[in-house]
Design a protein around this ligand. Structure first.
Ligand code: ADP
Ligand code: MG
Length: 266
């Protein structure tokens, strides 16, 4: 389960970059008061894209592949919290936001966005390029591209954020995988594709080794308590079986997935 915290003070709206304009707020955690970034989704996005489930699963599964993600939590925003918002536009956004418990991630301090102008050598000091590429293909996340890197850099590390549009999974996705096919929109625009493509043949052969080993040993059941928790908070549960089936199908055929990944960077 994710920890559940209560927001105690509004800080600001993050205006730059993304579509959803998340907020920084102070929340009461079991380790004291900490700044968190909370996604203020509209009911429309929650209903149509199941964005909160995607954020939670993206964060939880990234850990299984040793990819750095900020601590995630579910954040409760009540009337006392609302009284700490003095900016009228933020008050309107609060009232327009979906009322359920929200997805938040611990503020990554002093970060800058990953920049596609970085060289491959610079980028690979920050993160395993092949593992992140494979992970995004796996979770069907189209939202890590040059326009929207959704990768926060601090010092020498890069942190994954923003999985709201991942897990674009349906029966066709499973059928395609069984047939050795994959819709190119799920890898063609990935921020790391060109770095991987430019590599030497010998390097390419070794790519995805770590990812495939994590995948082979992935316990899909670990997502169950998180899905249950979301269900308890009134989030839709109708996609859960499909998501589990999809993850298991890929896990059970990890060599095929490895071959598919290698074909994308050939
Ligand atoms: N945990 C975090 N720590 C620091 N900044 C964050 C964090 N999460 C999001 N942000 C900032 O907020 C911006 C938008 O967040 P993101 O999750 O990408 O939302 P959107 O759906 O609007 O793209 C990011 O580009 C980043 O600048
Ligand atoms: Mg974003």
């Amino acid at each position: 389960m994710l920890p559940e915290y209560t927001a105690i003070a509004f800080d600001k709206v993050i205006e730059k970059g993304g579509r959803t304009k998340p907020w920084t707020v102070l929340v009461e955690t079991d380790r004291g008061i900490k700044p968190y970034v909370v996604k203020m989704f509209t009911p429309h996005l929650v209903e149509n894209r199941d964005v909160v489930t995607n954020e939670v699963l993206g964060n939880v599964l990234a850990r299984e592949f040793d990819l750095p993600v900020p601590e995630a939590a579910l954040i409760h925003m009540d009337e006392n919290f609302r009284m700490t918002i003095h900016d009228p536009r933020a008050q309107m956004a609060f009232d327009a936001a979906d009322e359920r418990i929200k997805f938040g991630s611990a503020l990554v301090e002093g970060n800058y966005l990953f920049n596609p102008a970085f060289t491959k050598t610079q980028a690979e000091k920050m993160i395993d390029l092949d593992t992140l590429f494979a992970f995004d293909v796996f979770i069907r996340n189209r939202d890590r591209n040059a326009g929207k890197p959704n990768l926060l850099v601090t010092g020498k590390a890069a942190w994954l954020i923003d999985h709201e549009l991942g897990f674009e999974i349906d029966q066709q996705a499973i059928a395609d995988f069984k047939a050795g096919q994959w819709d190119e929109k799920f890898y063609l625009y990935h921020i790391f594709l060109n770095y991987l493509k430019k590599s030497r043949l010998a390097t390419k052969r070794d790519y995805f080794g770590a990812f495939t080993e994590y995948l082979r040993t992935l316990n899909v059941n670990i997502i169950q308590p998180y899905l249950q928790q979301l269900g308890n908070h009134g989030y839709d549960q109708s996609r859960h079986t499909m998501i589990r089936d999809y993850l298991r199908e890929i896990r059970q055929n990890s060599p095929n997935f490895d071959a598919l990944l290698k074909s994308f960077i050939a």
